[in-house]
Structure formats: structure tokens, C-alpha cells
Design a binder for this molecule. Structure first.
Ligand SMILES: [Zn+2]
Length: 1183
């Protein structure tokens, strides 16, 4: 399209003519009479003012109009011509948006104008009209020219504008364009520092003022300019003295701007306060000037008007920042439970912990104190916005670390002892009795002396039970399943039935008597809450009964009362739900029996009711909670009220494990808490207000952080009262509690009414940064980090109830042992099941290893050969104790594998399964979130596990090394985990190619030959398991994961299909369960589907003759294709546990300039950074 040919109108041809004349003048330069230039520019101006089309002409493509105008401006000395051109430019650039200005900037217009500013300033006096017009044009151009600030500084124009302002403070006409230009100057950090030195901060305070209807645009621009200047810490220091003024002005506008016409001015004032309070002196000045109360009151008054939300949000942000940092109410952040390590790791956090001087206060953060010294080191040099390639930092780029590790580090002789765990590979069944297969299969091999494994006896080899002797630590007595009965008490020791309530007594009070807890205690019933340090009890043994405590009134029953109770309830028939019938793998009595052989560091003597009764998954759907608008703000305001109305705060400690005699609370005024049972985690509870409690979680043992998992008991509640619970020492920067996840609650009253279940509960749930400071020790050496609060509200439905709250569905080590025993009972003559003890843990618990496959059909050579040569599948789970969902998935897997369905039978015939269902029993028992007793994350020890510190990992890896040594490396390895910050179930795998693609490693991809088989299993799962999402899978090898099971098994053992399977703790945002929170039924289903997927995988990986047996499965043809080409879904690069920061109301990123939250170099190693793709994923999930 040729615009020139389209121009036929007179005006345009005239315009072209005028430009021609002007161009000619420019060439002849000074020789010409300025009058001619004046006339021509005046004519152009006239045309432009009268005909819109002429303006378009000047800036249209191919037109040289702009160049001619600028050249004239550069050359002429004539004031009137200059003014004419400035008028032309003002006309031109007022409309047309950014494009016209873009043309202007691209032709070098900014520089010419700035030069003109300098030369005009040298006239004395400078022409006011020229300055006015110049700044008007600059004010239009500035915001669109990215280099404007730098150009202005280099041209020396900053001070011209500043001086102009200083001399014309009453000249409002000139003031506004100058201020607009100054605002743009100030947005550049270097300029801001330099302008501050020239007194511009003070200057702005001369312009801004209390409420007035006049000059509001001037005021607005001044405030914005000031706000920009105050981003510099030196400028903020200059403004500290003005904090009271700003607060006064803010209140004045708040009072007088009744129709809310000037929200932007009010926001501008808050913006200044926000930046001043980024420095410590500013925060102090704010507190001293009663800023908290002022902003709290004004915000409260703004609450009813929705349009004022920006003001409330900024106020809230300032108040949170200024809220005095508080120390956690703890003597130390180290775990309250102590387990002395016999060998302390040479370096790392555990060694640091052991080297910490005695009596050192590790709760407070001293590093925060010298922060303002840094203010003087403001950036004087141009620093471009740092580009954070956060997402890519962690990808492994060392190609050698992505290639299989060649050397086998251990000699075969050393591995040979593991042969005994693989009897199926040599079993010839010649002496095997096919009618009574249990005998042949479960014979357990002798243990090597070095790591003295405990052998769990089977039903064939039970020692007689002796309830008066402590069987700890070994050998563990196991139960004959036939003798267990929920309503009978044959051996006279597991006498919990007696404490169970009368049937139909009609009085709930009575029902609860004695139901408060099941306890195992050699000294008889527990007496009083203050009777010594509970967590240093004797090892639990069973001695004749259940401790009973009164439900409502606080005092526990004394032994005599308890005996009476026992007498009086002698004839009572149990009316608790018969969970043994409801739940095929659950048996309360067996559970108690299992607890007796579980060793805990605190030596727990109590059993939590949910674990005892069991959990029956509810049939109703539990939707992902929709977030109610303003919840977080309301909660934060309630927190701020603690400071505003300190007299309303009770601050009453009602539970405290750090005190020898954990406080007993008085009658009825407070809730009672307890967490002293297996997997329990609650360190302290403080009643803040009548119905509000601050809760503090315990660190992992031998560590001073890692808290997220919680599990505790609450009683003494009032029906219908609005309780609020705040867990105040959360560490992660974000949580699924901000995205619809609820906590889990188990009500004993509900259970005895026939609904024994964990339910998702709680309202007003949110997760936010709080005012408790995290010491640099707890934050891994960084200063100034805050803890986070997870808050939820709750009303209880039953009087005298005992309720349990948990982060996720609990699954204790004793539960696992119970399930394994029940599974053994499911064995048929066709099933080969062997349970070995892999090793003993640091805490004295045994780590079970299961072998499941099908018995050979006969002892014929062919059959035995087929039996021995089945490919292996190696599964493990629960290395992270807080990821209880992994155990529920594993339960689903085990139940399916032991099932009687034809698919299960085919599966057993197809593979030999080696399963370590709980890699970290000690962590699970002791209520840890992440670590084992060694204080370390076991899933970071796979590269070089220590037999002393990480026995379960050491021996599991040895099993795999043994398999590799005998050329029987498993076909699939999968470690089940739970994911706290993402939805759905998904897998992480390992691919050399996909890792290389994510980076810029110069290796040409044609060198890399890689079978795409690693994608098949997740692809199958995505087609059959409703919770599974292929889009969330990743096959990239990260540096931070190089010591995880997945990466080590892939690289060192050579298992191509080596995976981590992550299950959400929250719920699904795709598939059949979209919008629902995940429950145990879905998790168990996932475990079962995993098995079915393995069967499909078998069809796809087997020689053709085996595929003919595919009568039970429909093999999708497209699955075959996925083996040959990578699916079109790109591999999403995902770093561990993160979901995008929640931005609803409080912009964390803008919260405080001196908190290094967004700096990838100092970020918490446990809070991995987001890659773009992940943020996008999240955005999608919100829509
Ligand atoms: Zn995990």
C-alpha cells in the first residue's frame, strides 16, 4: 500500500510542499532569514490544528515529515520557530497513542528535546513558554521511552527541571509538566539517588498537603514522584522525619474525601509510607507515630466500600511489615525430643546442630539488627533488572553426570549376602508342599551379623505371648490372627472393651468417659497431666487396661476411679463401629498389638483413636474449597488487632511439651490438646483469645526445622463456638491451603455413631507470612525470614467430643504392620508372599521387605524356569514421613497385588515384586515431616548412603546393586511420594535427551541415543488412572535431585524406567476427580491402577508370544506408538514442591524491599523457585 499515491487532497499536497521548503531551509541553514522558517512552521501548525489527516501524514510510513521537523528544531535558533515546532509536536503526540511517540523516539527526538532543555536553560531568564512546551512534550514522550531516565541524566537535564521547579513553586501551569517529567526521571534508581541529593524529596513535601479540591493532579503527580524516589533507601532515610506528616495527610484525605473521588491520591500517600517502611528506621517512625492504629482504623472504615480495597490492601501490607517481629514462644527451635546419634555426620546441618554451643538462643534472629547500615550502599551505578533464569539453574548440565555410571563401586562378594533376600531366584520347590505353601515360602533366612535384622515371625512361628514382659526390642511377638476379636479379650491383657461405653445409654457424656484415649502403660492408667514428663516414659507394654480420662471436666481419673469404671462397665457390650468388619485390612486389637512392638523416641504410651478404630472413606464427595473473597485480609486484621488491643489477648499456654509437667488446663475455659501418640506432632498450644489458639509444631528430631506435618487431639470444646486455629511456624512460602485444601478431622463421637472417618474440614483457611521471625539458623543462614501461618476455623458439633486434626490422612508404622499381617492372611496357595526384615532402623524398628509373585504351577523345569525369570518390579514408599498419601497409594498397590482378581493373578505371574513399603519407619513413628532420626532427608542420601546413619537406604540400594550385579536389574523402579504444592498424581522420570533439550548443552542430540520407553508407563497411567496427569510429568534430571532414589537408580543401577510418583495432598484439577479433594479411596485406587498399568506395560515390552495372552486387557494401539515417538505434550520442567505464589490480596513480592525472598541465590533450598511453565500451569488451574 502506497500512502503517497492515496494522498490527493489539497491539504496534503500543501503539507508536502511545506515540508519540502522546510527541508531546503535546513540545508541552507543559518543563512536564511528566520522569518521564512517562522512562516512555514506556522503554516504547518495551522494545517495540523485544522486537519487530522495531515497529522497522520507526518508520522505515516515512508514519510520524512518527522525527520524534517526534528532537523529544523535542531538547527534553528529562532525562538518563535522553536515554539511553533513544539506546538506542532504537542498537537501530534497528544493523540495516536504510543505509535506516534514511537516514531518520534526512533528518530532521536528525545535527545534533541533534552539538548534544547539545556540550551534554553542558559538563556537568562529562560523562556517560560519554551520550558512549558518542552516539558509538555517530554512528559508525553518520557513514559514511552525506556531509556528516558538515562538520556536525561547523560544530557544533564535533571537539574534544569529541578531548578525550574524550585523557582516556580507557585506557577501551577509550569509545575505540572515539570513534575510529570520529574516523575519519569525518578523511576530510574540512579536518578532517584541523585535527585534525592539535590533536595527533591524535600521539594515534594513542599508540594503535597492536606485535603484540598484544588490542584489535585499536581498533588497526585508529586506523590507518585515521591513514591518513586523513596524506593531508594537513602531517600527513604531522608523522609523518615516526615512519616507523621504523611500519616496526618492520609487521615485528612480519608476524612474529607467522603465521595472517594481521590482514591489515587490516598493510594499515593500510602505508596510513600510503604516505601519508607522498607527500612527499619521507617518502620520505627511509623510505629512511633501511631501508624498501626491510624491505618488499622482507616482501613476498618474503608471495609464496607469495595472500591477502596486497594487502600486496605496497601495499608495491610504496611502494617504487616511494621508489625514488630516476634520470637516463637519456644526455648529452642531444636526438636523437643532428643535422640543421641551414635555417629554424627561429618558436615552439614546435623553436625552444626551438634556443635551448637549449649544454651545458645537459636530462636531469635540477631542478623536483623544491622540492616540499616546497608542503606548507605544504595545503588549508584546503573543496574539493569537482573534476569533470573531461576527455572534453568537446577537442570543438570554436566553430560557425564547424565550418562550411566560405569563403575560398580562394590565388589560382588560384599553384595552376595543379599542373595538371601532373593530366594525366589534360586528356589527349586523340590521339597515344597503345594498344599501348604506358607511353610515353604516364609522360611526366613539367617541374618548376617553386621546389621542384625529382626525377623518377624509368622503365624507358624509365634512365641507364646507374655503380656507382662516387655518384648522390646527383639524378637517381636506377632499375633495369631485367629485369636483376635474385637469384642473378646481372650488373653486378658488387651482389655479396651471394658472401657467402652454402655450401649444406648443415651448420655454422650457417658459414652466419652474412657474414650478419650487408648493407652498402653505399664504403670496402669495414666494419672494426671502433670505426673512427670510423659515423653520419657518406659517402653510401652500392655498391662491390663486402658487409661481413662473424663471427657469434659479436665481432671483425669485416678486409678481407683478407673477400676470402678471398669467394674461398672463390665456388662457393657461394645458399640463402637466394627471396623474390623467394615475394613477388611483393619483390626483394632491387632493394631494395639502392633503398637507394642513399635519403638518411639518419646516412648509414646498412648494410641490415637483414629488409628485404633480405623478410617472408612466417606462416600460423599469432598470438593476443593472455593476461596471466599477477603479471607486472608480478615485474618491478618485479626492478627493486627493483637497489637491494637493488647488487653484482649489471653496468651495462656494450654499445652507445652517443653515443660516437664505439660500444663493441665482448668475447667472448661480452654481446649485440651494432646499429641503424644504415634505420628503425633504438636509442640505447644497457646490460647490467644477465647476461641483462638496459636499452635506450634515440633521440628524433626535432630533438626531445627522441617515442620509441616501435624497430628493432634483436641477435647473440651464447646458446641457451636467459632474456634480459630493458627499453626504459626510453617516454613514453606506457599501451600495448597491457599488453593482449596482443607485439614482432616476425625471425631470420636462420629466414630462411635458409626461414621469412623477422617473428613476434610475447616473454613476460612489460608496461609500467609506472619510476624514471627525465623532465626537465620532455622532459615539456613539467611536473615530476616518470617514464618508462615496456616489458619483454619472450625465449629464442633458434639459436646464432649474428642477430635483429631491432621495435615493428611494419618498412616502410622503400626498401621503398616497391621496391614501386612492382614495381607498375609489373604494369601492363597497360588500366591507367593514372603516378608523379610531388610534391616533395623536407628530407632529400633524393623524395615519390612515384601516379595510378591505367583507360585509356579508345578515343579516342572519349565515352570520353575518361568518363575525365576520373571522380570522384577521394585517399589518403595514413605521415605518422607509427612507424605502419608504415599502409604495409602502403597496400600492400594499391596491390596491389589494380593487380591484374587484375574488381573492380579496375571500380574503376579508376570513379575516378581520387591517392595519396601516404608523406607523411613522412625520418621513416621516420631511425627517427623521430612527426615529420619539422623536429621537428614533420606531421599538425598542415595548416592552414598551410610549403613550406620541411613540403614534403610543403604540396604535398599544394596538390593538393587545385587540385582544389577546378577544382571537382573528391575524393569521398573518406583518410589511413591506425596506432593504438597501441586494437584493430581504424576511422575518424575529420567531422560538424558529431555534434560539436554532443556539446557544449552552443546552436545548435538544426534549423538544421544535414548529409548523412549521411560514415557510408556506414565502414558498408560494417564489413560487409565483418573487422578493421573501426564501434563504434570517431567523427565528432566535436576542437580538438586542427583542423590534421590529416582536419579541414582536410573544412573547407577541402569534402570531406564526409574520414577518418583507424586500424589497430591490436595486434589485434582483434571480428569474424573476434577474439583475434588483427594481421599484415601482415590489414593488406594491409584495404587491399584499402577499395578494394572504394569500389566499393560508387560504386554508392550514382552516378546510377541506373551502378548497373545492379552485376553484381559485391551491394548491401545496408540500406546504402541508412544514407544516410537515422544508425545506432543512437551515435558514440563518442574522443580519440586512449588505452586505459584498466591497473589489474591497481598502481593508478597512487593512486601518488603529488604527481604530477600525473590533472590534465587539466597532462597531457602527447600523452597525451590518457580519456572515459568509452572506459573503458567498454575494460572491455568485457577481458571
Ligand atoms: Zn517426598
Amino acid at each position: 500500500m502506497n500512502k503517497h499515491k492515496m494522498i490527493t487532497e489539497k491539504g496534503n499536497s500543501r503539507m508536502l510542499m511545506l515540508f519540502g521548503q522546510l527541508e531546503k531551509l535546513n540545508r541552507e541553514s543559518m543563512l536564511v532569514d528566520p522569518e521564512i522558517a517562522r512562516q512555514i512552521t506556522a503554516k504547518i501548525l495551522h494545517l495540523i490544528q485544522t486537519q487530522e489527516k495531515t497529522r497522520k501524514e507526518i508520522v505515516s510510513k515512508g514519510s520524512s515529515g518527522m525527520e524534517v521537523i526534528l532537523a529544523t528544531l535542531e538547527n534553528t535558533q529562532d525562538l518563535q520557530s522553536i515554539l511553533n515546532i513544539l506546538y506542532i509536536l504537542n498537537e501530534l503526540l497528544t493523540v495516536g497513542g504510543g505509535r506516534r511517540i514511537g516514531v518520534f523516539v526512533s528518530k532521536g527526538g528525545t535527545g534533541i528535546l533534552l539538548q534544547l532543555v539545556i540550551s534554553a536553560s542558559k538563556e537568562s531568564p529562560p523562556s517560560e513558554e519554551v520550558m512549558l512546551q518542552l516539558h509538555s512534550v517530554l512528559a508525553k514522550v518520557g513514559p514511552k521511552d525506556r531509556k528516558f531516565g538515562v538520556k536525561a541524566r547523560l544530557n544533564g537535564a535533571l537539574n534544569v527541571t529541578v531548578n525550574l521547579l524550585k523557582q516556580n513553586l507557585q506557577n501551577y501551569k509550569l509545575l505540572l509538566p515539570c513534575l510529570l517529567v520529574l516523575q519519569v526521571y525518578s523511576s530510574n534508581t540512579v536518578n532517584a539517588v541523585s535527585l534525592g541529593k539535590n533536595g527533591v524529596v524535600e521539594l515534594m513535601f513542599k508540594i503535597i498537603g492536606p485535603y484540598s479540591k484544588k490542584n489535585t493532579s499536581l498533588l497526585k503527580v508529586s506523590l507518585d514522584t515521591l513514591g518513586a524516589l523513596l524506593k531508594s533507601k537513602t531517600n527513604a532515610q531522608r523522609a523518615v522525619v516526615h512519616v507523621p506528616v504523611l500519616l496526618y495527610i492520609y487521615q485528612d484525605w480519608h476524612r474529607n474525601d467522603t465521595r472517594h473521588r481521590h482514591i489515587l491520591i490516598r493510594k499515593g500517600i500510602l505508596g510513600c509510607l510503604k516505601n519508607i517502611t522498607n527500612i527499619k528506621l521507617g518502620r520505627k517512625a511509623f510505629i512511633d507515630a501511631d501508624g498501626m492504629r491510624i491505618l488499622y482504623n482507616t482501613s476498618t472504615e474503608c471495609l464496607p466500600v469495595r472500591t477502596l480495597d486497594p487502600l486496605i490492601n496497601t495499608s495491610s501490607l504496611i502494617m504487616r511489615k511494621c508489625f514488630p517481629k516476634n520470637r516463637l514462644p519456644l526455648p529452642t527451635i531444636k526438636s523437643v525430643f532428643h535422640h543421641q546419634l551414635l555417629r554424627v555426620p561429618a558436615g552439614g546441618p546435623v553436625a552444626q546442630l551438634y556443635n551448637q554451643p549449649l544454651g545458645m538462643d537459636d530462636v531469635v534472629d540477631e542478623s536483623d539488627n544491622n540492616e540499616d547500615a546497608e542503606a548507605e550502599n544504595d545503588m549508584e551505578n546503573e543496574v539493569e533488572e537482573k534476569d533470573h533464569h531461576a527455572g534453568n539453574d537446577d537442570i543438570e548440565t554436566d553430560i557425564n553426570k547424565l550418562r550411566p555410571k560405569e563403575t560398580h563401586s562394590r565388589p560382588f562378594e560384599e553384595l552376595k549376602i543379599y542373595e538371601r533376600f532373593f530366594m525366589e531366584l534360586s528356589e527349586d520347590f523340590q521339597v515344597f508342599n503345594f498344599d501348604n505353601p506358607k511353610k515353604g515360602v516364609t522360611a526366613t533366612p539367617a541374618a548376617p551379623k553386621s546389621h542384625r535384622p529382626i525377623i518377624v515371625p509368622t503365624t507358624q512361628a509365634l512365641p507364646p505371648k507374655n503380656p507382662t514382659e516387655c518384648p522390646h526390642p527383639a524378637p517381636v511377638p506377632a499375633l495369631d490372627l485367629d485369636t483376635i476379636n474385637i469384642t473378646k479379650d481372650q488373653d486378658g491383657c488387651g482389655d479396651h472393651t471394658h472401657s467402652r461405653p454402655h450401649p444406648g445409654a443415651g448420655l454422650e457424656q457417658e459414652l466419652v468417659q474412657g474414650l478419650e484415649r487408648v493407652a498402653l502403660d505399664g504403670a496402669g492408667p495414666q494419672v494426671g497431666g502433670g505426673g512427670g514428663n510423659k515423653h520419657k516414659r518406659q517402653p510401652p507394654i500392655l498391662a491390663g487396661g486402658v487409661a481413662a480420662r473424663l471427657g469434659g471436666e479436665g481432671e483425669e481419673m485416678l486409678a481407683e476411679d478407673w477400676a470402678e469404671e471398669e467394674e461398672s462397665s463390665e456388662e457393657g457390650v461394645l458399640h463402637v463401629p466394627d471396623t474390623a468388619l467394615l475394613l477388611p485390612l483393619h483390626d483394632p486389637d491387632l493394631y494395639v498389638e502392633m503398637v507394642k512392638s513399635t519403638s518411639s523416641v518419646p516412648q509414646f504410651s498412648e494410641v490415637a483413636y483414629p488409628d485404633y478404630f480405623g478410617h472408612v472413606a466417606p462416600t460423599s464427595r469432598e470438593h476443593i474449597l472455593e476461596r471466599v473473597y477477603g479471607v486472608q485480609r480478615t485474618k491478618i486484621f485479626q492478627d493486627i488487632e493483637r497489637l491494637i488491643h493488647p488487653n484482649d489477648i489471653l496468651d495462656k499456654v494450654v499445652y507445652d511439651l517443653d515443660i516437664q509437667s505439660c500444663p493441665v488446663v482448668d475447667g472448661g475455659e480452654s481446649l485440651k490438646f494432646n499429641s503424644q501418640f504415634e505420628s503425633g506432632n504438636l509442640r505447644k498450644a497457646v490460647q490467644v483469645r477465647k476461641f483462638e489458639y496459636d499452635l506450634v509444631l515440633n521440628s524433626d528430631i535432630n533438626s531445627n526445622h522441617y515442620h509441616q506435618w501435624f497430628y493432634f487431639e483436641v477435647s473440651g470444646m464447646r458446641v457451636g463456638a467459632p474456634y480459630r486455629f493458627n499453626i504459626i511456624n510453617c516454613e514453606k512460602s506457599n501451600s495448597q491451603f491457599n488453593y482449596g485444601m482443607q485439614v482432616l478431622m476425625y471425631s470420636v463421637q462420629e466414630a462411635i455413631s458409626g461414621r469412623p472417618r477422617w473428613v476434610r474440614t475447616g473454613t476460612d483457611i489460608c496461609y500467609y507470612k506472619n510476624h514471627f521471625s525465623r532465626s537465620s539458623i532455622a532459615a539456613g543462614g539467611q536473615k530476616g525470614k518470617s514464618y508462615y501461618t496456616m489458619t483454619f476455623s472450625m465449629t464442633f458439633n458434639h459436646k464432649d467430643d474428642v477430635c483429631y486434626f491432621a495435615y493428611h490422612y494419618p498412616y502410622t508404622y503400626s498401621t503398616l504392620k497391621m496391614h501386612l499381617q492382614k495381607l498375609e492372611a489373604l494369601r492363597t496357595p497360588q500366591t507367593y508372599l514372603r516378608e523379610d526384615v531388610l534391616c533395623e532402623t536407628l530407632g529400633g524398628n524393623s524395615c519390612p521387605l515384601l516379595t510378591i509373585t505367583a507360585m509356579p504351577e508345578s515343579t516342572s523345569n519349565d515352570q520353575i524356569c518361568q518363575f525365576r525369570n520373571r522380570p522384577l518390579v521394585f517399589l518403595s514408599s514413605r521415605v518422607h514421613p509427612g507424605e502419608t498419601n504415599a502409604s495409602w497409594v502403597m496400600k492400594g498397590t499391596l491390596e491389589f497385588l494380593m487380591g484374587s482378581s484375574p488381573l492380579a493373578h496375571s500380574l503376579r505371574e508376570a513379575y516378581i515384586f520387591k517392595i519396601v513399603p516404608m523406607l523411613n519407619p522412625d520418621g513416621v513413628v516420631n511425627g517427623n515431616h521430612r527426615c529420619s532420626l539422623s536429621g537428614e532427608d533420606l531421599n538425598r542420601q542415595w548416592q552414598n548412603p551410610s549403613p550406620e546413619l541411613h540403614p534403610t537406604i543403604y540396604h535398599t540400594k544394596s538390593l538393587l546393586q545385587y540385582l544389577a550385579a546378577i544382571q537382573r536389574a528391575p524393569l521398573v523402579f518406583c518410589d511413591y511420594h506425596g506432593h504438597s504444592r501441586k494437584k493430581n498424581v504424576f511422575m518424575y522420570g529420567c531422560s538424558l535427551k529431555e534434560t539436554v533439550w532443556e539446557t544449552n548443552i552443546s552436545a548435538t542430540s544426534c549423538e544421544l541415543h535414548e529409548d523412549l520407553g521411560y514415557r510408556t508407563l506414565p502414558k498408560i497411567l494417564s489413560q487409565m488412572a483418573p487422578a493421573f496427569s501426564m501434563a504434570s510429568c517431567s523427565f528432566v534430571v535436576e542437580r538438586s535431585k542427583e542423590a534421590t532414589a529416582r536419579v541414582v537408580v536410573w544412573r547407577e543401577i541402569g534402570v531406564q524406567r526409574s520414577y518418583t510418583m507424586e500424589s497430591t495432598l490436595c486434589g485434582c484439577d483434571q480428569g474424573k476427580y476434577k474439583g475434588l479433594q483427594i481421599g484415601t479411596r482415590e489414593l488406594e485406587e491409584m495404587g491399584a491402577q499402577f499395578c494394572v498399568a504394569l500389566l499393560r506395560l508387560k504386554r508392550l515390552t514382552s516378546p510377541l508370544k506373551l502378548r497373545n495372552n492379552a485376553h484381559l486387557l485391551d491394548v491401545d494401539s496408540d500406546l504402541m506408538e508412544t514407544r516410537c515417538k515422544v508425545s506432543s505434550t512437551p515435558s514440563t520442567y518442574l522443580l519440586e514442591d512449588e505452586e505459584a505464589s498466591f497473589m489474591e490480596e497481598v502481593d508478597y513480592s512487593a512486601e518488603s524491599g529488604d527481604e530477600p525472598d525473590n533472590d534465587p541465590n539466597t532462597a531457602d533450598p527447600h523452597d525451590n523457585h518457580l519456572s515459568d511453565s509452572e506459573s503458567n500451569n498454575h494460572r491455568d488451574s485457577l481458571t
